[in-house]
Design a protein around this ligand. Structure first.
Ligand code: ACO
Length: 191
């Protein structure tokens, strides 16, 4: 994904972690136009992800990120676009209080880290970038994928999780979230 400004100037690292302040690895937000460009990137990524998932509206935008306690991992390729860099994709996570059904049909209250949105640019899918980003997040959070919950995972994402992490869906839930075999077994160890 190319932009009419330098991605390398906005995001110095290969993977940047953005939060409520939208700050990408800086102590202060810096010049206002840099902040505006970061907002443009996030809004554009959110729109592309919604389109890819055929959602009626974006679930990721700069204003949403500013008002929610979520974290967004952004992957760039710094070499492309004549050295200005391109955005490869993003992964958004956050904690959610959920009521989940376990194998006995009992309601279990949990607050797992959830995968809320995930997108790799169309022309860059199936090159391992999604795996790189997901692994980065797992290392950063020191978590196993089975301990997380997944908000309305798309067929491509379910295939991704089965292929890379051998995850198979567990008990069907009454909400949009999916948890995988092992979630209830390992939960007590993790929390
Ligand atoms: N069709 C089916 N499976 C796919 C596809 C596709 N077009 N693209 C990726 N996958 C799955 C497959 O398991 C694939 O393995 P295979 O090529 O051997 O079949 C595997 O992902 C490839 O792994 P990576 O290259 O590491 O993944 P990628 O960089 O393509 O990123 C992602 C995966 C994020 C799901 C990407 O395909 C994408 O952006 N899809 C569109 C948006 C989307 O569906 N996002 C998930 C939303 S749900 C949520 O966020 C909770």
């Amino acid at each position: 994904m190319e932009f009419p400004f330098s991605i390398n100037q906005l995001f110095p690292e290969r993977v940047s972690i953005l939060d409520q302040t939208l700050v990408a690895g800086r102590k202060t937000t810096g010049a206002p136009h840099l902040q505006a460009n970061i907002e443009t990137v996030i809004d554009e990524l959110g729109r592309a992800s919604a389109k890819a998932q055929q959602l009626p509206a974006s679930i990721t935008s700069a204003s949403k990120l500013q008002s929610q306690r979520h974290q967004l991992y952004l992957l760039k390729d710094g070499e492309s676009n004549g050295g200005r860099g391109v955005v490869v994709g993003f992964l958004k996570v956050g904690y959610k209080k959920l009521f989940l059904l376990d194998h006995q049909g009992s309601h279990v209250e949990a607050e797992p880290l959830c995968i809320l949105d995930f997108y790799i640019a169309e022309n860059l899918q199936r090159y391992g970038h999604g795996r790189e980003l997901f692994d980065f997040m797992l290392q950063h959070k020191k978590l196993e994928p089975v301990l997380m919950a997944y908000d309305r995972p798309s067929p491509k994402f379910l295939s991704f999780l089965a292929k890379h992490y051998c995850l198979t869906p567990s008990v069907p839930q009454a909400n949009n979230f999916v948890v995988f075999e092992g979630f209830f077994v390992n939960r007590s160890v993790a929390q």
